[in-house]
Ligand binder design. Structure first.
Ligand SMILES: [Zn+2]
Length: 444
């Protein structure tokens, strides 16, 4: 009977997938939703078919980290993964339906923090990667402490790969754990205004920082109880920044391995954390260092996370923004780029974006005043006026800008002669439309 349910569920899921493909609609969630309804135990079956399981969770960086792990360990292994960022239960089951096999050597899933209770009940991870905890969609997830507890309490005895530079996550008390961290570098900051959390998770006193890399990720110590970054086994160090990309060394201190001069084409310090987490997992899986280096150097982002597309001979950079830290870090990357540019902010408030757009007030828009050669500035999306107002209240002098209907006007924006590069910063629901428009322009 149980088997019958499973086969009915996969049959219904596959049918849904084929229909959606025929209609050219997205099939990253609906097939799983249908299959899950018919067979609520389907995650157990997925668990049974996957020999080794890796889960990735945290506020930012899940999609990039998950894609990187996949990129490094493929193509010689059969992997099951939700690469397109669909990270709730339905997305994970859809990934299975869309790539149905009797068995997989490795499963690697990014899991939405809110979906961890349901997912980890049936999927038993061998490795659990935590990225970071920032304020994000508070109407959905609640405050930082709650999110931290949500993540740490669902590691369930897996080997935890933990960001040592996040004071909240580093307090994890489980026994099976390894830490990773990113060294101070030219882009680290000594003062930072977008701090979400700077209190000691042990005694609640204020933490003191030597430097900040991203938000509250950095080198910290509590002067009251002495709580500080744990010693990390994996470390990215000797970081040089060149034209928005990086060259760095990666170390595994436990076995003395060092991979030198890794050329990493993706900008943003936050992406150094993502690549550090992914390389740590690759080392734990015993992948050869030559291969790790080669794969990291050939990785390109294709999912709207600093994704670069060439249209009309110009670089169009699309970067999803969904919370204060993500926005601030993206602005830092733009500030690091001297070329003549246009910037397009697209703010929506649909359910998947989070109805509450107040997070934009916690992002550090003062960074905009450090950006050189802004040739044009646009605001689009359902809440474009809120976004413009937010920028107006920063130290950036907002004079010339335009409100646009981005679905109609992106072509015009990209055609602007005076801008060599176009940065488009959409929220979640605007991302897919933006990508579709840019892809279609690429073909014309
Ligand atoms: Zn303390």
């Amino acid at each position: 009977m149980k088997n019958l349910r499973f086969y009915l569920a996969t049959f219904a899921g596959i049918t849904a997938k084929l229909l959606l493909k025929l209609l050219r609609k997205d099939a990253t969630s609906a097939p799983g939703k249908i299959a899950y309804k018919i067979c609520p135990d389907i995650l157990k079956e997925i668990d049974r078919r996957c020999r080794f399981k890796i889960l990735v969770s945290g506020t930012n960086g899940k999609t990039t980290t998950n894609n990187l792990i996949n990129w490094i360990i493929s193509p010689d292994k059969t992997i099951l993964s939700n690469l397109k960022g669909s990270n709730m239960v339905n997305g994970i089951i859809s990934a299975f339906i869309n790539n149905l096999k009797k068995s997989y050597e490795i499963a690697c899933f990014e899991v939405d923090e809110g979906s961890l209770p349901v997912v980890t009940k049936d999927l038993k991870a061998d490795i659990f990667v935590t990225t970071n905890v920032f304020r994000d969609q508070l109407d959905r997830y609640g405050e930082l402490d709650r999110v931290k507890d949500l993540i740490l309490s669902h590691i369930n005895g897996a080997l935890a790969v933990i960001n040592a530079d996040d004071p909240n996550l580093a307090s994890y008390s489980g026994e099976k754990k390894v830490f990773y961290s990113v060294d101070e570098n030219a882009l680290s900051r000594l003062a930072n205004v977008t701090l979400d959390s700077w209190f000691c998770p042990v005694c609640n006193s204020q933490l003191e920082y030597t430097f900040y890399n991203v938000g509250h990720l950095g080198k910290y110590i509590c002067s009251q109880c002495g709580y500080k970054n744990p010693e990390s086994r994996f470390l990215i160090t000797n970081i040089k920044s060149e034209d928005g990309s990086f060259v760095f060394d990666f170390m595994d201190r436990e076995n003395g391995t060092k991979i030198q001069d890794i050329r990493w084409k993706v900008g943003g310090i936050y992406n150094l954390y993502n690549v550090c987490a992914a390389m740590s997992v690759a080392m734990l899986l015993g992948i050869e260092t030559n291969k790790i280096k080669d794969r990291v150097e050939t990785f390109t982002n294709k999912l709207g996370r600093m994704e670069e597309v060439e249209v009309y001979g110009k670089q169009v950079v699309i970067s999803l923004v969904k919370n204060p830290i993500g926005m601030s870090e993206t602005l830092k990357v733009i500030a690091d780029d001297p070329c003549p540019k246009a910037i397009v902010f697209i703010l929506n408030d649909n359910a998947a974006d989070g109805k509450d757009v107040s997070w934009i007030w916690d992002a550090d828009f003062d960074i905009l005043s450090e950006v050189k050669n802004i040739r044009a500035l646009f605001f689009g999306g359902k809440r474009k006026e809120d976004m413009a107002l937010r920028v107006k209240y920063s130290s950036f002098e907002l004079k010339d800008f335009e409100f646009i209907d981005f679905e109609k006007d992106l072509k015009k924006v990209i055609s602007l002669e005076e801008a060599h590069k176009i940065y488009i910063l959409p929220t979640y629901t605007a991302l897919f439309k933006t990508k579709k428009i840019v892809e279609s322009l690429k073909k014309t």
